[in-house]
Design a binder for this molecule. Structure first.
Ligand SMILES: Nc1nc2c(c(=O)[nH]1)N[C@H]1C(S)=C(S)[C@@H](COP(=O)(O)OP(=O)(O)OC[C@H]3O[C@@H](n4cnc5c(=O)[nH]c(N)nc54)[C@H](O)[C@@H]3O)O[C@H]1N2
Ligand SMILES: Nc1nc2c(c(=O)[nH]1)N[C@H]1C(S)=C(S)[C@@H](COP(=O)(O)OP(=O)(O)OC[C@H]3O[C@@H](n4cnc5c(=O)[nH]c(N)nc54)[C@H](O)[C@@H]3O)O[C@H]1N2
Ligand SMILES: [Mo]
Length: 762
C-alpha cells in the first residue's frame, strides 16, 4: 500500500521487545520496587522519599496522577500513594532540565523525530522561549515580551472566535477560573479541554438522565455496596488506589463484576502495597469476569436487563417499582423498546458465555445497592453516550441511586479535570454562570457556544482559527488523526503552550511558537503575600487544598494563575478584574469563585478544614429535579452499528502501565507481559491463525473509515486473551489511525476505542 510519508507522529521503530507471562496479581512488593526505581532515576532517592511522604496527605499536595479521592479520615501508614502516582511526581520533580542552552543546541525539526518517551525524558523547561517564523531553534524571551506577543497576536484577529484556548485537566481551580474569565472577557467561548476526549460522553449522558454531569457516589459508598460493576476501566494501572476501595467492598461482603475485553490483572487480584501482610497472598477482586467484545456493552446490558425483567415476573422485588414510579420518567417506552430484543441474539453479539450473563443477572437481582464504575472503555465509542445511558437504565431499574452504597461512578482521568469544568472551562457554558460572571465583573460575556476539541482542530485546519493557546496538555499527541491535527496546528499564526515538561506539541508548531514554563503541583508557589496553596476537585466532588513544598526547578517559572494574569493584562483593552491583586493572594481568587459559582460558600474557610468539603450533588441526594422532566430519565439506546468484514478488526487504543497519557514513563507494560516495546498489537490466537500470523510477526495497521484509509507501520503481534475480532494497542502511537470525524454522537468524543482496521504483513 502506498502512502504519503508522515511527519508528525512518533517514529515507527522498534525498541527491543521482551515478553514474560502475564502476572496473576497487581501491585504488591513489585509495585513498590518499581515506584522507587522510577523515583530514584528521575529525582534521586532522598528527595524522592520526602516527596512521597507529602503526597495526598492532608497538608501535602494533590497527586497529579489521577482523580481518585483520598480517604475522608484515615490516610495510609506508608503515605497515600501508589506506584503510578509515584511515577507521576517523579516525572514532574525530575532532575533533568530543558534550558536555553538545550534549545540553542537542538533543532526543533530534529527533536520532532524523537519518540514521545525520548522527548519527555528531556525534562522540565526552565525559561520562557520563542520560536520565530522560519527559525529552527527556540530562543529565550522575557515574560513581558512573551505576554506582549500574545496580546498582539490576539489583537490582530478579525474575531475573538479565531483563537482557541485549550485546557488539560491538571490545572488548579484558581488557574482555571482566571483562564476562562480572561477568555470570556476577550470575547469567546472557545474553551475546549481534555474532557472532550475523555468523560464528555459521561457528562452528556448523566446530565440528560440524572440532572448532573458528575458521578453520585462517595468513597464510603464502596463500604456499603452489595455489588460493584467495573466496566471499561483498568484501575490497576490508571487508578491504583481504587483497588483499595474495591478490596473494602469485598471485606464488607460485596461482590465485584468486571466487564472488559481484557482480563486486566489489577482487577483480577490485588496485593495491597501498603499492607505487607498481603504482599504474598493478595486479595481476589473480581467474582465474575464478563469478557465482552469491544463496543458490545449495550448488547450485554440489555441482555442482563431482559433477564432481570424475566425474573421480576415471579419475584417482583428484583426491580424497584416504587422507585421507578415515584422518581423516574419514560419507563414504559424504555420497556417497550427493550422487549423488542432477543436475549440470545444480544448475548451472542456481546461475545460473553450465556451462563456468565445469567450468573450476573442473578447477582444483580440479589443486590439492592449497586455501584457502576466506568472509564474510557465506555466513553470513547461512537455510541459512548448510549453506553452510559444504558448503565443508568440498569441502576434505575434497581433503584440504585441516591442511597448509601449505590450510584454512578465515572472514574475521572486528570486530577482536576472535574474541577476545571466546575470553574467554567467549557465551550458550552450555561447562561446562569455567564450571568453571574457579567454581574461580578461588569462585562458582556459571549453567549454563542465555542469549539470543542474536534471542532477546534477542524477550525484550525480550515484557517478559521489562527491562535492556539494550551494551558497544559499535549494537544498534537493526545488528539485523534495526528497528521491532520499537525497540519491544523502548523496553519496557526501562533501556538502557545503553558507547560511543565517538553512535549511533542512544542515541536509541531504554528508560524510563531511560545513555551511558557510553569510551576508544577509539587512546587512552592510564592506570591506577594507569601506562599500560596491551590484547590482541586476529585472524582467524587470533594474540593480540597494542594500545596507544593519543593523549591521550583527554576527561578524563572511562573505559576499558572500568574501566567493567565500576564496574558490578560497584555490582551484586554478594558477589564474590571483586578488581575494583579488576585495573584498576590489566591484567597482573593477563591472569593470571586464563591461569588459566582454555587456550592462554594465560605470557600476559604471550608477548604482550610482538613480533607476539604463536598460540593452539592442532586443525584447523590436522590433529587432529579434539574433534568428537563424533573425526574430521572430512562432512555432508549442503540447497540453498536459497526459491521466488521471477516478480515477486519476493532481496535482499542489504551494505556500501558508505564505512561501518563502522552507522557511515557518507561517502555514496559508489566501487567500485560510486554517489556521494552510499545509498538505491539494484542490479538486473539485464533484470529492469528486465520490471518496466518505468528507471535512477533510485524504488521502495518490500516484504518478504515467511510472509504478513507490511514496507516501506522510496524506493530509486533502478541497473542493475548482477548475476544475474536477485538484488538488492542497503545496511544499516542495509534492516534494516526483515529479518524477526526469518527466521534460519539452528542458528546463529540473521538472514538479512540472503536477503530476499524485490517492488517498488512511486512
Ligand atoms: N498511570 C496512569 N494513570 C492514569 C492515566 C494514565 O495514562 N496513566 N490517564 C488518566 C486519564 S486522563 C484517564 S481518562 C484515565 C483512563 O483510565 P482507563 O479508562 O482505565 O484507561 P484505558 O487504558 O484507556 O483503559 C480502558 C479500559 O477499557 C477497556 N475497554 C476498551 N474498550 C472497551 C469496550 O468497548 N467495552 C468495555 N467494557 N471495555 C473496554 C480496555 O480493555 C481497558 O481496560 O486514567 C487516568 N489515570
Ligand atoms: N487514542 C487515544 N487518544 C486519547 C485517549 C485514548 O485513550 N486513546 N485518551 C484521551 C484522554 S482520556 C485524555 S484526558 C487526553 C489527554 O490529553 P492532554 O491532557 O492534552 O495530555 P497529557 O498527556 O495528559 O498532557 C501532558 C503534558 O501536560 C504538561 N503538564 C503536566 N503537568 C502540568 C501542569 O501542572 N501544568 C501545566 N500547565 N502543564 C502540565 C506537560 O508538559 C505534559 O507534557 O488524551 C486523549 N487521547
Ligand atoms: Mo482522560
Amino acid at each position: 500500500m502506498s502512502r504519503k510519508k508522515t511527519t508528525a507522529q512518533p517514529p515507527e521503530t522498534f525498541t527491543g521487545i521482551k515478553t514474560h507471562e502475564v502476572p496473576k496479581s497487581a501491585a504488591g512488593f513489585k509495585g513498590i520496587v518499581n515506584a522507587l526505581k522510577h523515583v530514584n532515576s528521575e529525582v534521586g532517592i532522598v528527595k524522592g522519599v520526602s516527596l512521597l511522604s507529602k503526597l495526598n496527605q492532608k497538608h501535602g499536595f494533590d497527586c497529579p496522577g489521577c482523580a481518585w479521592p483520598d480517604p475522608d479520615e484515615k490516610r495510609a501508614f506508608l503515605a497515600e500513594y501508589c506506584e503510578n502516582g509515584a511515577k507521576a511526581i517523579a516525572e514532574e520533580a525530575t532532575k533533568h532540565r530543558v534550558s536555553p542552552l538545550f534549545f540553542a543546541t537542538h533543532k526543533v525539526s530534529e527533536l520532532a523525530k524523537l519518540s514521545d518517551y525520548e522527548v519527555g525524558k528531556k525534562g522540565r523547561v526552565t525559561e520562557p522561549v520563542v520560536l520565530k517564523p522560519g527559525s529552527d531553534y527556540y530562543e529565550p524571551i522575557s515574560w513581558d515580551a512573551a505576554f506582549e506577543l500574545i496580546g498582539e497576536a490576539l489583537d490582530q484577529l478579525n474575531s475573538p472566535d479565531q483563537a482557541i484556548f485549550y485546557t488539560s485537566g491538571r490545572t488548579s481551580n484558581e488557574a482555571a477560573y482566571l483562564y476562562q474569565l480572561f477568555v470570556r472577557q476577550f470575547g469567546t467561548n472557545n474553551l475546549p479541554d481534555c474532557s472532550n476526549m475523555c468523560h464528555e460522553s459521561s457528562g452528556a449522558a448523566l446530565s440528560q438522565t440524572l440532572g448532573i454531569g458528575k458521578g453520585s457516589v462517595t468513597l464510603d459508598d464502596f463500604n456499603h455496596a452489595d455489588l460493584v460493576m467495573v466496566i471499561g476501566q483498568n484501575p490497576g494501572t490508571n487508578h491504583p488506589r481504587m483497588l483499595s476501595a474495591l478490596k473494602d467492598t469485598k471485606k464488607h461482603g460485596g461482590k465485584i463484576i468486571t466487564v472488559n475485553p481484557l482480563p486486566e490483572v489489577g482487577l483480577m487480584a490485588f496485593k495491597d502495597p501498603q499492607n505487607p501482610v498481603k504482599w504474598f497472598s493478595g486479595d481476589k477482586l473480581t467474582d465474575v469476569f464478563l469478557q465482552v467484545k469491544i463496543n458490545q456493552d449495550v448488547a450485554l446490558l440489555k441482555a442482563i436487563m431482559l433477564l432481570l425483567l424475566e425474573m421480576a415476573e415471579t419475584q417482583p422485588d428484583v426491580i424497584d417499582l416504587d422507585f421507578i414510579k415515584s422518581k423516574t420518567h419514560n419507563y414504559e417506552a424504555f420497556l417497550a423498546d427493550l422487549k423488542r430484543y432477543d436475549i440470545d441474539a444480544l448475548i451472542k453479539d456481546s461475545g460473553v458465555a450465556k451462563e456468565k450473563v445469567v450468573e450476573t443477572a442473578k447477582m444483580v437481582a440479589d443486590s439492592k445497592k449497586i455501584i457502576v464504575c466506568w472509564a474510557m472503555g465506555l466513553t470513547q465509542h461512537k455510541n459512548g453516550v448510549d453506553n452510559i445511558r444504558e448503565v443508568v437504565n440498569l441502576l434505575l431499574l434497581k433503584g440504585s441511586i441516591g442511597k448509601q452504597g449505590a450510584g454512578t461512578c465515572p472514574v475521572r482521568g486528570h486530577s482536576n479535570v472535574q474541577g476545571d469544568r466546575t470553574m467554567g472551562i467549557w465551550e458550552k457554558p450555561k447562561d446562569v454562570f455567564l450571568d453571574a460572571l457579567e454581574q461580578e465583573f461588569e462585562f458582556s460575556a459571549p453567549r454563542h457556544h465555542g469549539y470543542d476539541v474536534v471542532e477546534a482542530i477542524e477550525a484550525m485546519h480550515k484557517h478559521k482559527a489562527k491562535v492556539f493557546i494550551g494551558m497544559g496538555g499535549n494537544f498534537v499527541s493526545a488528539t485523534p488523526d495526528t497528521e491532520f491535527t499537525a497540519e491544523a496546528l502548523r496553519n496557526c499564526d501562533l501556538t502557545v503552550h503553558i507547560s511543565t515538561k517538553l512535549n511533542r506539541s512544542h515541536l509541531i508548531h504554528g508560524k510563531t511558537a511560545l513555551i511558557l514554563p510553569c510551576l508544577g503541583r509539587s512546587e512552592k508557589d510564592k506570591q506577594a503575600t507569601g506562599e500560596q496553596f491551590v484547590t482541586v476537585e476529585n472524582s467524587m466532588g470533594v474540593v480540597h487544598q494542594s500545596k507544593g513544598h519543593l523549591e521550583p526547578v527554576s527561578e524563572h517559572l511562573l505559576s499558572e494563575p500568574a501566567i493567565v494574569a500576564g496574558m490578560a493584562i497584555a490582551t484586554l483593552k478594558s477589564t474590571k478584574v483586578p488581575w494583579d491583586t488576585l495573584i498576590e493572594n489566591y484567597d482573593r481568587i477563591r472569593n470571586k469563585i464563591e461569588a459566582t459559582i454555587a456550592g462554594f460558600d465560605d470557600y476559604n474557610q471550608r477548604v482550610r478544614v482538613k480533607g476539604g468539603f463536598y460540593l452539592p450533588n442532586n443525584a447523590r441526594d436522590g433529587d432529579f429535579a434539574p433534568t428537563t422532566t424533573g425526574k430521572a430519565n430512562f432512555t432508549i439506546n442503540q447497540c453498536s452499528d459497526i459491521v466488521l468484514e471477516d478480515n477486519q478488526y476493532l481496535l482499542m487504543t489504551i494505556r500501558t502501565h508505564d505512561q501518563y497519557n502522552t507522557t511515557i514513563y518507561g517502555l514496559d507494560d508489566r501487567y500485560r507481559g510486554v517489556l521494552n516495546e510499545r509498538r505491539v498489537l494484542f490479538m486473539n490466537p485464533e484470529d492469528m491463525i486465520q490471518e496466518g500470523l505468528q507471535k512477533m510477526d510485524v504488521v502495518n495497521l490500516i484504518g478504515h473509515y467511510e472509504g478513507e484509509t490511514r496507516i501506522a507501520e510496524k506493530f509486533l503481534i502478541i497473542p493475548y486473551d482477548i475476544p475474536r475480532q477485538s484488538t488492542a494497542t497503545y496511544f499516542p502511537e495509534a492516534n494516526v489511525l483515529v479518524p477526526i470525524k469518527n466521534v460519539a454522537h452528542t458528546s463529540n468524543t473521538p472514538a479512540s476505542k472503536g477503530v476499524v482496521i485490517t492488517m498488512e504483513k511486512q
